[in-house]
Design a protein around this ligand. Structure first.
Ligand SMILES: C[S@@+](CC[C@H](N)C(=O)[O-])C[C@H]1O[C@@H](n2cnc3c(N)ncnc32)[C@H](O)[C@@H]1O
Length: 294
């Protein structure tokens, strides 16, 4: 067992654009003695924040034992280690195996969240992934490949929900993705967006539908570092006012008719008590916590 003196920080490095690092992530990178960053997906400019004399290692050619040995030995020397991962470390970040090693060595660690590529891509698309009456659920998943999916998590099972789906690490399986969504009942004209290297200078956005996206991806020769996003919430027409057939559902949260803890309805009709309670629940409020609505 190592006597822990230093500490490991798992840092969400965001999707690529260094401006999307959090202030906390930047501070930790600036003060770390050792930086181990996922150089296949984390923009190299983050290394420019390293202090003079910091050791910097790219992890793309390391095995897990090599990387953890480096982290464990550094901590034993009283150093702080920033393990910088792409996007948010909680999403496909191979965190569990790294945390197991640190737990077994008795090493202190902390996780600093980051902007996932899923949300950076939604921003680039100017999409709300949760549009009322269209989709109130987002599934973050991957297509089955070398890694087997747990039971009931095949794309066709997930697609049965009809909600917004963001698919990681599966750009080479676009034809199969299309087949599974069609089999689950998504119509041919369902909007699909592929976002390649969001936040990088060579970022590409391909918009299409289930009918044409596979051909468009082939034509663009995109074979890695991309997200496939599927669902009616991605339809750019939703941003246009009063488009026939598109629907105009809006959230209750800022509606003048809606009462919640911070604002009374401007409607003359007094809302029923149960509605107020429901509004509190939906805004993340409860009498006991007093937590703020997001
Ligand atoms: C190992 S996962 C890591 C995901 C990361 N933790 C996140 O929250 O974005 C790598 C996959 O995430 C997606 N990804 C990561 N960075 C990306 C980026 N800048 N642009 C598009 N997709 C990205 C791709 O699907 C890629 O194959």
């Amino acid at each position: 067992m190592t006597t822990a003196k230093g500490k490991v920080y798992f840092v969400g490095g965001g999707p690529g654009d260094p401006d999307l690092l959090t202030i906390k992530a930047k501070r930790i990178i600036e003060s770390a003695d050792v930086i181990i960053y996922a150089d296949s997906l984390v923009h190299p400019s983050i290394v420019e924040f390293a202090k003079d004399g910091a050791e910097v290692h790219g992890s793309k050619e390391m095995t897990l034992p090599e990387m953890m040995r480096l982290a464990v030995d550094s901590v034993a020397q009283g150093k702080t280690v920033a393990r910088v991962q792409s996007g948010d470390p909680a999403i496909y970040g191979a965190m569990i195996e790294q945390m197991r090693v640190l737990e077994s060595e008795g090493i202190e660690y902390e996780v600093i969240p980051g902007v996932s590529s899923a949300f950076a891509a939604a921003a680039v698309l100017k999409a709300e992934l949760t549009v009322p009456e269209i989709s109130q659920t987002v599934i973050l998943t991957r297509a089955e490949g070398r890694v087997a999916m747990p039971p009931k998590e095949q794309l066709k099972d997930l697609a049965a929900h009809g909600c917004t789906v963001v698919i990681f690490m599966s750009i080479t399986r676009t034809t199969r993705i299309v087949r599974e969504f069609r089999a689950a009942g998504y119509s041919k004209d369902t909007p699909v967006a592929v976002v390649y290297r969001v936040g990088w200078p060579d970022q590409k956005v391909i918009r299409g539908t289930l009918a044409d996206i596979a051909a468009k991806v082939r034509e663009a020769k995109i074979t890695l570092q991309a997200l496939v996003m599927v669902g009616r919430a991605l339809d750019p027409a939703l941003r246009q006012p009063e488009q026939p057939g598109v629907g105009s559902a809006t959230s209750h949260l800022y509606s003048a008719e809606y009462t919640h803890l911070y604002r009374k309805s401007q409607s003359r009709t007094k809302p029923a008590g149960s509605r107020l309670t429901k509004a509190k629940e939906e805004s993340g409020e409860s009498k006991t916590t007093g937590a703020k609505a997001s």
